[in-house]
Design a protein around this ligand. Structure first.
Ligand code: HEM
Ligand code: HEM
Length: 168
């Protein structure tokens, strides 16, 4: 990951401190999303919609990495970097399908915003499959970055001290 060391104590959008806090936020939202029967459908649907801008910020915070690895896609790269590049691309596509199909089979939020559409079971099936695949993809993604997360928490017990090193 090509992220410059932030100035001491600064929380810039690309700093490790910011990314750690954002990752905690998106982890909580994502875990909520995996259990629609426990949270109820309205909360599930709002959380699903909220995930879109949350992911946009996550990608923006990692934009340097995305641009760098995409530019060098035909060059020799370490296996882990290549794996992450392919995996992240796959996750992005599946996340878009899961969110779009969720909107298309929505029963609460989309209606409450004034858009009425017939319940379409096709999109419910697409949503169910893509959401399940996404949960597995994100599980592996978190596994790939587990050492980075632990290292950040070790350096900053309450996420307060700056961690000035690059991630994995
Ligand atoms: C679903 C779509 C997602 C995409 C496309 C995505 C993409 C990325 C990219 C491009 C990176 C930087 C490159 C790398 O080291 O692999 C990254 C890092 C990371 N992602 Fe994700 N991610 C997604 C979801 C998530 C979720 C739901 C979490 C849960 C917490 C998460 C946690 C992390 C962590 C901990 C890192 C390393 C630290 C950081 O840069 O924030 N990601 N992700
Ligand atoms: C990436 C984000 C999302 C994830 C990970 C996710 C995950 C899930 C999961 C695991 C289920 C249960 C599937 C089953 O019982 O087979 C589900 C159901 C559902 N989700 Fe999502 N969801 C997301 C986004 C959304 C969004 C944005 C909406 C709508 C605005 C939505 C609406 C629904 C609805 C209506 C159901 C019930 C579908 C049915 O009729 O069986 N979801 N979701």
């Amino acid at each position: 990951m090509t992220v410059e060391s932030p100035a001491k104590d600064s929380v810039t959008p690309r700093s490790n401190r910011f990314r750690l806090r954002w990752d905690v936020l998106q982890f909580v939202v994502f875990v909520l999303l995996t259990a629609p029967h426990a949270t109820g459908l309205p909360l599930h649907e709002w959380a699903g919609l909220a995930l879109a801008p949350i992911l946009v910020v996550h990608l923006a915070a990692n934009w340097d990495w995305i641009v760098d690895k995409t530019r060098n896609v035909f060059r020799r790269q370490p296996g882990e970097v290549r794996f992450n590049h392919i995996w992240n691309t796959l996750m992005f596509v599946v996340a878009v399908v899961a969110i779009m199909s969720g909107i298309l089979c929505s029963r609460q939020v989309v209606r409450s915003l004034g858009f009425s559409h017939p319940v379409d079971f096709f999109w419910a099936v697409v949503h169910s499959v893509s959401a399940t695949v996404l949960i597995a993809l994100v599980g592996v993604h978190l596994g790939m970055h587990f050492r980075w997360v632990i290292a950040q928490f070790r350096r900053s017990p309450r996420g307060c001290k700056p961690a000035g090193e690059d991630g994995p």
